[in-house]
Design a protein around this ligand. Structure first.
Ligand code: PMP
Length: 452
């Protein structure tokens, strides 16, 4: 059809063309930098940077609090916040100070320090799980936690929900297509049939989950409490209770990946909604933007791991990386846990995120667009389709890449940066009410343009 998300395709294209010119006009220095030869593959140090919707990437001069300034001196209210890595603001003062102090006292030693002991106790207290390990990315934390789950259960398979993302963890890279499991389309260099090792069912589908677990060969279910990586799909009432019951009945472990849903409040969605995971992963913002991740387990899992590692053949476990658990990570994690991820900050984030949610929903309804808004604590998303969404398949169908890209670009030209790939906006402790109101106003203007 010639409509995408209820908007005529020609209008979307007109918006994109107009906004591309505006973007380029305001950024001669970034444009010149983009035209220079670069030592990087495709001109970028991380190929994900190609996915921004702008005609070329702005070069960042600095990022402070919830504001990014580019080298052409354009200021942007940053609601992307490094796609969650800076969810608590860019360079939170306490973290910056801790980094500065540690910077001259050693950056990596493969030995613990005194901060490590403090962080260990803080993790137990904050997230409720008994035993922890430190990794450097959430991807790694998930990989290690899944390996441990297979080790202690002696089972080969894992289960994921359709539409999931847990980092570049090979065995999670599957999808359902017309109800059948397949390797995730687009994967580079994958020569294995990943569906051999991985069960996949739709989020919120308890019957399919129970059927998949009934074979009792699944070591672990890995999931976010809310699917946040394919639009946002909230759990149906009772879904988490059913998930916990079904996994326990089948002798399957439950890994909750809180990397995005830590937006829910102190202790994450797990604590706020009383989930009872066996394994827990948190990456991205745990060290205020310094690469770090943590994974935790219950006492029971820890005891089973102890027995398992006594029984297994000696040798490399397949878990850990050299620079993990270094003193810079501990300094940054300690500052984050003690001074940044606080109840008071969460209260600010929640309040402004609720304001953003209401403002966006109002703009959508005044424009008469068939869209909706969804929020998990400080994390807000607009979806260019009716809602609520209940599964990964519905979320995929709701995705409108051309429309979303044009909106993102138009928002940048109005001073607001939101996350690429999805329509995610994060509210940090540094975010102000004025910034939220500016985003709501900009979004309303763009909606107005699309329907005019
Ligand atoms: N878990 C979840 C839920 C995520 O959204 C992501 C990244 N988007 C990851 C894990 C992986 O994080 P990283 O890329 O830092 O390894």
């Amino acid at each position: 059809s010639d409509r995408i998300g209820g908007v005529p395709a020609a209008r979307i294209e007109a918006l994109r063309v107009r906004e591309s010119a505006t973007f380029a006009g305001a950024r001669p220095k970034s444009a010149a930098a983009a035209a220079e030869p670069s030592g990087f593959l495709d001109g970028v140090p991380l190929h994900w940077m190609l996915d921004w919707p702008m005609p070329f990437r702005m070069v960042v001069a600095q990022a402070r609090g919830a504001t990014i300034t580019d080298i052409d001196d354009n200021q942007l209210d940053d609601f992307c916040l490094g796609d969650t890595g800076s969810m608590f603001g860019h360079s939170p003062p306490a973290v910056a100070l801790a980094i500065r102090r540690q910077a001259v006292k050693g950056l990596t030693t493969m030995l613990p320090n005194e901060d490590a002991a403090i962080v260990g106790r803080l993790l137990v207290e904050r997230f409720g799980l008994a035993r922890w390990q430190v990794a450097t990315t959430a991807t790694d934390a998930n990989r290690f936690a899944l390996r441990l789950a297979r080790a202690i259960t002696g089972r080969p398979r894992i289960l994921v929900f359709n539409g999931c993302y847990h980092g570049s963890v090979d065995e999670t890279m599957v999808r359902l297509k017309d109800g059948r499991p397949i390797n995730r389309p687009g994967l580079a260099g994958e020569f294995r049939d990943l569906t051999q090792a991985t069960e996949i069912v739709e989020f919120n589908d308890v019957a399919a989950l129970e059927a998949a677990l009934a074979r009792r060969d699944v070591a672990c279910v890995i999931t976010e409490p809310v699917l946040t990586n394919s639009c946002m799909v909230l759990p149906a009432p009772g879904f988490h209770e059913a998930l916990r019951r079904a996994t326990r009945d089948a002798g399957t472990l439950l890994l909750i990946d809180e990397t995005h849903t830590i937006s829910s409040g102190l202790g994450g969605y797990t604590r706020r909604f009383g989930l009872e995971p066996d394994l827990f992963v948190l990456g991205k913002p745990i060290a205020g933007g310094v690469p770090a991740a943590v994974w935790g387990m219950t006492d029971d899992v820890a005891a089973r791991w102890a027995a398992c590692s006594r029984a297994k053949e000696p040798g490399y476990s397949g878990m850990g990386t050299t620079l993990s658990a270094n003193p810079l990570q501990f300094a940054a994690m300690r500052a984050t846990l003690e001074e940044v991820m606080t109840a008071q900050n969460y209260e600010h984030m929640e309040r402004l995120a609720a304001r953003l949610e209401t403002g966006l929903a109002r703009a959508i309804s005044s424009a008469g667009l068939p869209w909706h808004v969804v929020r998990v604590g400080a994390r807000v998303e607009f979806v260019c389709a009716p809602g609520p969404l209940t599964s990964g398949a519905e979320a995929e169908a709701a995705h409108a890449p051309e429309l979303e890209a044009a909106i993102h670009l138009a928002l940048v030209n109005r001073g607001c940066l939101i996350a690429p790939f999805h329509n995610m906006m994060l509210v940090s402790p540094a975010t102000t009410r004025r910034q939220v109101d500016r985003l709501v106003k900009a979004f309303g203007d763009v909606c107005g343009d699309l329907i005019a």
